[in-house]
Design a protein around this ligand. Sequence first.
Ligand code: TYD
Ligand code: MG
Length: 471
Amino acid sequence: MAKQKLSFVCQNCGNVTTRWQGKCEACGEWNTIVEENVAGGIGGGPQRGSLRKGKPVALMPLSGEMEEAPRIHTGIAEFDRATGGGIVRGSAILIGGDPGIGKSTLLMQSAAGLARAGHKVVYVSGEEAVAQVRLRAQRLRAADTDVQLMAETNVEDILATLAQERRPDLVIIDSIQTLWSDMADSAPGTVTQVRQGVQSLVRYAKASGAAVILVGHVTKDGQIAGPRVVEHMVDAVLYFEGEGGHHFRILRTVKNRFGPTDEIGVFEMGDAGLREVQNPSELFLGERNGKAPGAAVFAGMEGTRPVLVEIQALVAPTSLGTPRRAIVGWDSARLAMVLAVLEAHCGVRLGQHDVYLNVAGGYRISEPAADLAVAAALVSSLSGMALPSDCVYFGEISLSGAVRPVAHAGQRIKEAEKLGFAQAVLPELSKDAGRMRDGLTHEIETLPHLVAQVAGSGRGRGAPEAIDYDS
Ligand code: TYD
Ligand code: MG
């Protein structure tokens, strides 16, 4: 009998070693190495006696006939937007997200939408029993559609079942962590099993022309549990995210072979499932109190789409030796930089003040264009002067205190006007960028100009002594 070959595989990065270790040498994670039998599976090497000679394939020129990737539309506009205009036939899409964020809900609603449009959809649930899936479908008012269900986790059985029927347009696998294959010998959920299962399903998608959506859970540190390897096997990777305590969800594209990767779809979780949010700015600005000092509206961009959010700052004298900096929804290094520039170039002293910064609605900003809005909110809070409630801010701040232009100024301004804003404070515009049609456009060159504009109009009730007005 051939000796069984045992290997130790890191569940985080997939690195294979010959003995167990507490720490993976490849990725540095602790306690991620698990014993797996990889013989015969991927990474098992060629089987003895079955080494075959390769056969030549025809080479093709780059130019030649091609067709526009055929897409199917889910009927959920936000989902179609995130996938770049609909699901491409024969493609494999991975949707990752924290448990309980609403992946199964989103996919059940999409499945129902497609089924209503006459597409054949198969929903494979490995996590929930058929009765549970039915119950959810009822709640989502999707029970009357002819989505076909399967509660199965074995890859070979799933593929055999799919082969028996008319080719489906879409197969949903919920989730990849429950998949197991006869070909791999380790426990379900391990790297080898997940990789084997996903590979079989991706091969099925390419061969049959049916689109496959795979659901993956995300680990604490934001990776799709275990195998990052799965991410490059599929055509598109989407993340479904949301802040705890807020009911809106964002579907974010991080990889897409058939479309742009900076798109988002915005949803709101309600009693009857996810509702599309066509105008996210209204959602994020919903509960705004324009008269309080320390709040500035930032005109941001998410992909091709403008998003207006409120940035709230609270600056208060500290009672601690080292003042606190607490931030939600923005980058702490970026805040430190803005504070340093305010201090060095504008005479705004915050060394004896705690600074709290919050992006309203649980939204997360990743653009440097938010610098100017953050600076405005900070100065407003410090001086106790409320900013004009009909004004938006955007612009990047450099270490020298200059305000740098950012992309899509025209679109940002247009969105602000659409929502009733009448003023914009921004970097110098290039010639082709639009201005506010009816309102005021304040182009500023340096941060001290902004500070003068916010605080210079009078002394507020906050801590005016912290601003050196003469500098
Ligand atoms: P689910 O789709 O099961 O999450 P995932 O598949 O990502 O683990 O969503 C579960 C959560 O969504 C659960 O906490 C309840 C909530 N929910 C609603 O608020 N309304 C609804 O109509 C549904 C179906 C779920
Ligand atoms: Mg689920």
